[in-house]
Design a protein around this ligand. Structure first.
Ligand SMILES: [Ca+2]
Length: 390
């Protein structure tokens, strides 16, 4: 489950019955578990990224405590040339040092801003597309998590007839709904998977260049092993997404519609029922539909969320800030903890999606963080790869 503007996450400490179910579900499967059971989101659940937003807003944006040294300094970008020609479809991401995180009041897990150094790497210019993933599947016969029948032991209490292959699909309601019940717009759809993004009656025709979706973390890693590469760390993703800019809100600057145009595929209108499609895309867009950032990367904000290699902990930045002045190539904590959903380990996701809207929050910002149980894909979550230079 995400801590994003649009995806369900967290069920709050007060929802003990649901938590008990989650613990019973074991280490994985939190959101899939709820979706399979079609358990309605609990009343009074503030399980969204604006959880505690009022509190955060009341605190303002002056969270200067515990900020590590040099966060006020601009990024340091090593201008040395790339060591050779870029691998196919990849961009050179120079080594450097930057201030990671954001003081955005609505985010509680992105503070404090802390200083991070990252080695050089190559990075896919775009999200992995359906066409690319299809080549992998043709070559290996790989079957994704969403295409397999969920195992009864992983989903105790779910009726056997509900244990069918499928995935979680954004299914907007016809009318405005309370925004505290994500089951109003997310459904477990039998037969939904990367080949059928909205379910069995949908396909990839005309979407060859769209990002592949319904990819679980292990699916992304299987692809990486085949293609030669790995998922980026959260720090690598943020460094790359910022494109050398200094603590800007977006990969292109501080104004969302800078130059009076859209720079990313997000959600306009009234979430979740009315997508006014002003940026030209109701759902995923072909990769590279908007301009690249300064490092030559497309869609590092919006389109689909992207898996990172790190475990998610809400307090990880605090840990880094007190450990030292400069975190070198941080690769995430050794375990996961999400206070909104204890007992469900999660990996970090970054970049936001076509469903991100400022009505909740703006986790498509490079400083924003997402999170997801590793077994869970949705139709707005994909990935891209990086490669080491040596
Ligand atoms: Ca859009």
């Amino acid at each position: 489950m995400y801590q994003t503007d649009e995806t369900p996450h967290g069920n709050g400490w007060i929802v003990l019955p649901v938590l008990a179910v989650l613990f019973a579900a074991g280490a994985f499967g939190g959101w899939r578990y709820l979706a399979l059971k079609a358990t309605p989101a609990p009343e009074n659940d503030s399980a969204f990224c604006d959880m505690n937003m009022s509190k955060a807003k009341s605190m303002g944006t002056t969270h200067e405590e515990n900020i590590s040294a040099n966060v006020g300094s601009p990024p340091v970008i090593d201008q040395s040339p790339a060591p050779g020609p870029a691998p196919d479809g990849m961009a050179w991401i120079p080594p450097g040092e930057f201030s990671m995180g954001t003081q955005e009041a609505m985010f509680e897990d992105t503070r404090p801003i802390h200083r991070v150094a990252v080695d050089a790497f190559w990075m896919d210019k775009t999200e992995v597309t359906n066409e690319q993933f299809s080549k992998f599947v043709q070559a290996t016969g790989y079957v994704t998590v969403a295409e397999k029948k969920p195992r009864a032991e992983d989903f105790p209490g779910v009726p056997p007839e509900k244990l069918v292959p499928g995935s979680i699909v954004f299914t907007p309601p016809d009318a405005a709904v309370p925004l505290n019940d994500y089951m109003q717009w997310w459904s477990y759809v039998e037969g939904a998977n990367w080949r059928h993004p909205e379910g069995p009656r949908s396909d990839l025709k005309g979407r060859e260049k769209h990002p592949v979706v319904h990819i679980a973390w292990e699916d992304a890693n299987a692809y990486a092993k085949w293609a030669g590469g790995r998922l980026p760390t959260e720090a690598e993703f943020e460094w790359a997404a910022r494109g050398g800019l200094d603590r800007k809100k977006y990969p292109w600057g501080d104004e969302f519609n800078e130059g009076n145009k859209f720079h990313a595929n997000t959600f306009q209108g009234h979430f979740p029922n009315k997508n006014t499609d002003e940026d030209g895309f109701l759902a995923t867009a072909p990769v590279g539909s908007f301009e690249a950032n300064s490092f030559g990367l497309f869609d590092v904000a919006g389109n689909v969320w992207e898996w990172c290699s790190d475990w998610y902990r809400s307090d990880y930045y605090q840990t880094l800030a007190v450990q030292g002045q400069l975190a070198k190539n941080p690769a995430g904590p050794s375990d996961s903890f999400d206070p909104n959903e204890p007992g469900v380990p999660k990996r970090v996701t970054k970049g936001g999606s076509f469903l991100c809207t400022d009505q909740y929050c703006s986790r498509y910002m490079p400083g924003g963080r997402g999170k997801e149980a590793p077994d869970t894909g949705t139709n707005h979550l994909g990935f891209r790869l990086v490669r080491d230079t040596k």
